[in-house]
Ligand binder design. Structure first.
Ligand SMILES: *Cc1c(COP(=O)(O)O)cnc(C)c1O
Length: 469
């Protein structure tokens, strides 16, 4: 499988290189040159497979040529073996023909474990084979950091540095990062905000001289391998609800457009999906595009669903690329306009094409709390605020009651106690067994000033299993 850039100017890469790449050299994102397509018979024959075996069948075409089947199978069995629910991604029914797919049974209680548990293992496998080491520098406002650290903690060939804004992530989220120890794990609290952290990561990718030749790898969802891993659970849900003979719809709590883009790919690979709902919070750039063909940046608002607090959605570029007939020059042009502060609209027929599949809704904090309370009252299920936004959007935007609706349950409510409390649900939140002593554990973290040079110096001092690069 070869991968090409959405801006058309960077060299095509194989899976291994795309795994180790960040942005393409032309500033674009990598996508498969040709998407594999499965027949209905083939998809139907996967009904009842354990999650890791389904994962093997769905992802195999993407890694062919880079990872032999037997090795890939073993990696997948290990990856999904760490999830605490035997079904890995169980479906729970909320209402007539309406389900939540619980994607929070991984080590850090958010769906990001599906991709980052795999990413860590894939990196280690590929690096071992090549005899190389890499450094990860990532920024987090919460969920990505802990999932990345959990995913990489056993990696022999990876040193990971996660920057979070000092005193601006929740205590659960911080502790999920800072209580994991290892000579290759480095938590850095920056005296600044999330954007400052993200800027430092971007600047480090642009000029990697401080790494003395060691490669820098991306763990945010611009990394293709993360998207790839998320395609699997769309197949998993559909197969349990009568697919592929019957089509299924999904509502996806959305920030960077990574998770829902995986659903779009599943459909293009042959899975009958009727509708994909982009569920956003008040940071609604994607909703404004889907409802009115305007892609325009606005100020960032802090909400009760912080993992979706974004101004721009990096993976949206991957959809735009397809909507423009995979014309890289057109995408480079659009992104240039966008960067210069202008928003953009796309031609009417391209937007209409997108709307055949996508609907959207922006849900504010008050509606989020209402939905948490309502669902709890009706079913006894306690939703996290991100998932609640997905439920609200599913109920508002649904096209057909005959088609099963699956809401992606992106996080466990215990990660977001503020929202649950505001919703007035009188249920005590309990940490799952593997995290029950989280608040008693020792923490390890370095506080650094909001200064790129200081951060880079720290990385080069500790980037080789705690020793200088
Ligand atoms: C990351 C995250 C999202 C948003 O997913 P994207 O792929 O960025 O759209 C939604 N909910 C939770 C809990 C998350 O951690």
């Amino acid at each position: 499988m070869r991968y090409i850039s959405t801006r058309g100017q960077a060299p095509a890469l194989n899976f291994e290189d795309v795994l180790l790449a960040g942005l393409a050299t032309d500033g674009g994102l990598y996508v498969p040159e040709n998407l594999p397509r499965f027949t209905q018979e083939e998809i139907a024959s996967w009904a009842g497979l354990p999650y890791h075996e389904l994962a093997f069948r769905v992802m195999r075409p993407f890694v062919t040529g880079s990872i032999p089947d037997a090795d890939f199978k073993k990696i997948l069995e290990e990856t999904y073996g760490v999830f605490s629910h035997n079904a890995v991604a169980p479906l729970r029914q909320l209402n007539s023909n309406e389900w939540v797919m619980e994607l929070f049974h991984g080590p850090t209680l958010a769906f990001k474990d599906f991709a980052l548990q795999l990413l860590g293992r894939l990196l280690d496998y590929v690096l071992e084979k090549r005899g190389e080491r890499v450094v990860i520098v990532g920024a987090t406002s919460g969920d990505t950091g802990s999932a990345a650290i959990e995913g990489c903690k056993h990696c022999e060939n990876v040193d990971i540095f996660i920057l979070h804004p000092h005193n601006r992530v929740s205590e659960v989220q911080r502790r999920q990062m800072t209580t994991i120890f290892g000579e290759n794990i480095h938590n850095i609290a920056i005296e600044g905000n999330f954007d400052d952290c993200q800027e430092m990561v971007k600047a480090s990718f642009a000029d990697q001289s401080f790494l003395k030749g060691t490669r820098l790898v991306a763990v945010n969802s611009i990394n293709w391998a993360r998207i790839m891993a998320q395609i699997v659970y769309y197949f998993h849900a559909a197969l349990q609800l009568g697919g592929p003979a019957r089509s299924v719809s999904f509502s996806v709590p959305t920030g960077n457009f990574g998770d829902i883009f995986a659903g779009y790919l599943a459909r293009n690979m042959g899975l009958p999906i009727n509708q994909l709902i982009v569920a956003t919070n008040r940071n609604d750039i994607l909703h404004r595009f889907m409802s009115g063909n305007q892609y325009v940046k606005e100020t960032l608002h802090a909400t009760l669903s912080p993992s979706m607090d974004i101004m721009v959605s990096s993976n949206f570029e991957r959809l735009l690329f397809d909507l423009h007939g995979r014309n890289g020059a057109a995408i480079a042009g659009l992104m240039d306009t966008f960067k210069q502060g202008g928003g953009f609209s796309v031609e009417e027929e391209r937007w209409t094409e997108a709307r055949k599949l996508f609907d959207s809704l922006a849900v504010d904090d008050a509606q989020t709390c209402e939905t948490i309370a309502e669902v709890f009252e009706q079913t006894g299920e306690l939703l996290d605020p991100h998932t609640a936004i997905g439920v609200k959007a599913a109920r508002e935007c649904r096209r057909s009651l005959d088609i099963p609706m699956v809401i992606l349950g992106t996080a466990h409510p215990v990660k977001f106690p503020d929202a649950v409390e505001k919703a007035g649900v009188g249920k005590a939140l309990e940490l799952p067994a593997h995290l029950s002593d989280l608040f008693e554990r020792d923490e390890r973290c370095t506080v650094l000033p909001n200064d790129l040079k200081a951060v880079q110096a720290f990385v080069s001092q500790h980037g080789n299993r705690g020793k200088p690069l």
